[in-house]
Each structure stands twice: as C-alpha cells, then as structure tokens.
Design a protein around this ligand. Structure first.
Ligand code: HEM
Length: 421
C-alpha cells in the first residue's frame, strides 16, 4: 500500500489525531485537523521548534541556515531574508524565468515520451542561480550547475543524510561519507564565496543597480544595524538552493503529470495560452493550487514541543514531535468533496481556507519562497504552453515515491510533446 493510503486508513480508524511510529522508537503525533494545524503553526515559536527536525541537513546547509535555527536566532535570519521574497517583487523576475524555461523547452524531444522532472530541475536550478545568486553569464551558470547538481544528488538522499549525521565526527577522514561530501562541497563553497565577493565589490564601488536576491541581502541589516556575514550568506544561499529548487521542480512535474491526464483541463489551458491569457491567469492559478492540494510536495510539517502542551484535546509531554499532516488535511472529504479527483474548478473564484490548504506550511516558519515558487510555476507553465503542444495520456497516474522529505512522481512525470509551436 502507498504510504498515503496507510495515512488515510489511520485517520479513518483512529480519528483526526494519532501517534505513528516512523522508525524504532521515533514517533510523531499526526493531525488531520486544520484547527490543530493553525494552533501548532501559529503557536509560540519558543515552545514549538522546527529547526531541530532539519538537523540532518546541517552538513550541507551549515550552522546558520534559517531552516536549522530556532528561537531568536531563527527570527533574526528570517527577518533579514524575508524582504526580497515579497510577492510584489517577484514580477521583476518574470522575464528571466520565462527565457530560461523557453530555452529548455526548445530542447525537448517531439513524439517521444520522456521524464520531464530532469528538465524541471535544470530550469529551477538555473532560476535560483540567476535570480537568487545573480549569476548572469551562461558559462558561469554552467560552471556552477554541474558541481552543484552532483553535490545535491549525492547529499540529499535519506540514507546518505543519515549516514552523514552518524559519521560527522569522523569527517576528517577522506573516505568517510562526510569527507566525500565535504570534498564535493569545497569547490561549490569556493564559487559561492566568489559570487558573494563579486557582489560585495560591485556594491562597494557605488552599487550596481542589480535586483538579484543576493545583492538585496547584502544591503539587509538586522535590528542592531549589522549586515549578514559572508558565512551567513553562504549558509542561506545554500538553504535557498536546497529548499527552493527540487521542491519547485517536483511541483511543476506533478502539474504536468496531472494536466496531461485531464484532457479537458489541458485543452482549456491551451485555449487560454493561445488567447494570450487575455482573461488573466485565474484558471492556471487554480490548476497550480489544485496540484499542490492533491500532490503536496512536502506531506507534513513537524514541530518539537519544548514544554507540555495540549492539542486536539490531548495533553502532550515535552519532546513530542507534532505534525500537521498536509496530506490528510488536503484529502479531507469534508473540506474537499471527492478529494482524490483533480478538479481545478474547486479554486475558481474561491481561495482556499488558510489552514485547509498548507503546501507551504504556516506561521513564523511558513515557506519563505512561497510567492517565488508560485510565480515561477506560473511563468514556467506559461512558457511550456507557449512553446509546445502536450499530448494527453490515458496512462495510469504515476505512483508517489519519497525523495528525502518530498513526494515525487515515480516515473519523473513522463510527458510527450505532440508538436512544437
Ligand atoms: C512548490 C515549491 C515549494 C514548496 C512546496 C515548499 C514547501 C515548504 C515547506 C512545507 C516549508 C516548511 C514550512 C513550515 O515548517 O511551516 C518550507 C520552508 C522553507 N522554504 Fe519552501 N517550498 C517551496 C519552494 C521554495 C522556494 C522557491 C524557496 C526559496 C527560493 C523556498 C525556501 C524555503 C525556506 C528558506 C524555508 C524555511 C523557512 C523557515 O524555516 O523560516 N521554498 N517550504
């Protein structure tokens, strides 16, 4: 049985809150209740830690990553990072994202199925390098992409992560797994520091008029007026890369996997694209919203209790991990009739309830890149629809497989292009 079917069976048998043993001795309290989700996600961040749960990423992200910190330190980093990710700002990046996507789609084969996820990953990686890191020259993008891809592939697998964590103390031995990752990380770190140095130099020489996120972060100041150090910038850039690239690539792959199985949805998108989106992107946005509901990339968000607390009528001791289940909330038949069907109309003219649709988590840890990701998805999908006619398929839905903390399509979102435009 798929893990998702198991979760739904637990909910049907035990109700909206239950404890799951995820591995020997490691338990998590899952809740499918949006009210509990709101209480957990908006609860006191000093009592509900999130960073500890991501500790397995520390070798890659570093000590100062916003994903790993809690309490006042987390708040400081988050406040520094947040302004460049404001929804309004995202429009400035549309043209760059469109050009990157169009270039990749032009290379897709015609009449032959292929897994679209690799291409989506290449697009989202390039988007981060250009829009977040501010790298412009194609040769430099390519120079950075290859070692980064190798590093991420080697590091971000569940087994590898566990191994890294267990063997970190042996990290100086070149053969130890951590040593291997560290060797792969060295050239990547060097290049990231070169980019930081270059952007700093431009700023010192009187500003560059650049609008990439790194340039904006260099000017950020905390409440005491202090800028971010190079070490902090390195960790946050790596964090944005890891948090923002695979997740968005997977969400895009699921969108294409879904729409090619729904000929009417695909036909409507193609009509709207052919009409130059004259009526706006409400339908495309509903398609994206419904994909993130039906196939949430991250199936749960976890908080660790620092003191005894009560949720859903249950008193839970300190140390318990509580997780609003994004999957179960999104598949609640009371909130979403016929919850396993892909029906973008659910969201036409209706915004989802705040804690009934939580693909980006919520509260003080809500995904920093949510507006970025939604904008990127919109622009990439528009670029695809403009350049290629996609073939609908009668193939069964792709199974869901876990890749680190994400749910991805088992066959990588196999797709056939009927013709290029
Ligand atoms: C569809 C794509 C994406 C999905 C589904 C997604 C999902 C999530 C989720 C579920 C969380 C945890 C929230 C919580 O614990 O309440 C998160 C955190 C985060 N995401 Fe995303 N994300 C996506 C794209 C991005 C992008 C594009 C970026 C940046 C470029 C990004 C940066 C971050 C960061 C920095 C955090 C940590 C926030 C904190 O701890 O304060 N994400 N994301």
């Amino acid at each position: 049985m798929q893990a998702t079917g198991f979760l739904e069976e637990c909910r049907d048998r035990y109700g909206s809150i239950f404890t799951l043993e995820i591995s020997q001795g490691r338990t998590v309290v899952l809740s499918s209740d949006p009210t509990v989700a709101r209480e957990v996600l908006t609860g006191d961040p000093d009592l509900l830690y999130a960073g500890q749960g991501n500790v397995v990423l520390r070798p890659l992200l570093g000590e100062r990553s916003v994903l790993l910190l809690d309490g006042p330190e987390h708040l400081r980093q988050r406040r520094l990072l947040l302004p460049p990710f404001h929804g309004e700002r995202m429009r400035a990046y549309g043209e760059r994202i469109d050009a990157i996507a169009a270039e990749h789609v032009a290379r897709w084969p015609v009449g032959r199925p292929f897994p679209v996820r690799d291409s989506m990953q290449a697009i989202t990686l390039e988007v981060i390098l250009r829009v977040v890191f501010g790298v412009e020259e194609p040769a430099r993008v390519a120079q950075l992409s290859a070692p980064l891809r190798r590093l991420l592939d080697a590091a971000v697998s569940p087994a590898q992560m566990l191994l890294l964590q267990l063997t970190r103390s042996e990290g100086t031995r070149p053969r130890a797994p951590w040593g291997r990752i560290r060797r792969m990380m060295a050239p990547v770190d060097a290049m990231i520091h070169e980019e930081i140095g270059a952007r700093r130099a431009e700023l010192a020489a009187g500003g560059s008029g650049r609008d990439d996120i790194l340039s904006l972060l260099l000017e950020a100041r905390d409440e005491a007026g202090a800028p971010m150090t190079d070490a902090e910038l390195r960790d946050e850039l790596m964090t944005l890369l890891v948090a923002g690239h695979e997740t968005t690539a997977t969400a895009l792959s699921w969108t294409l996997e879904r729409v090619t199985r729904e000929p009417e949805v695909l036909a409507r998108l193609e009509r709207e694209a052919a009409g130059g989106w004259a009526d706006g992107t409400a339908y495309l946005d509903a398609v994206i919203t419904e994909t993130l509901r039906l196939r949430p990339v991250v199936p749960a968000v976890v908080r660790k209790l620092q003191a005894p607390m009560t949720f859903g009528g249950w008193q839970l001791p300190a140390g318990v991990n509580i997780a609003p289940s994004i999957w179960l909330i999104h598949h609640d038949p009371g909130l979403y009739p016929d919850p396993h069907s892909f029906r973008p109309e659910r969201f036409l003219g209706r915004r989802p309830g705040t804690y009934e649709w939580i693909p980006f988590g919520g509260g003080i840890r809500r995904c920093l890149g949510a507006a970025f990701a939604l904008h990127e998805m919109r622009v990439v999908l528009q670029a695809i629809l403009a350049a290629a006619r996609l073939e609908p398929t009668a193939a069964a839905p792709e199974r869901i497989v876990r890749r680190f903390v994400t749910f991805t399509p088992a066959a990588g979102g196999r797709l056939t292009v009927a013709a290029k435009r």
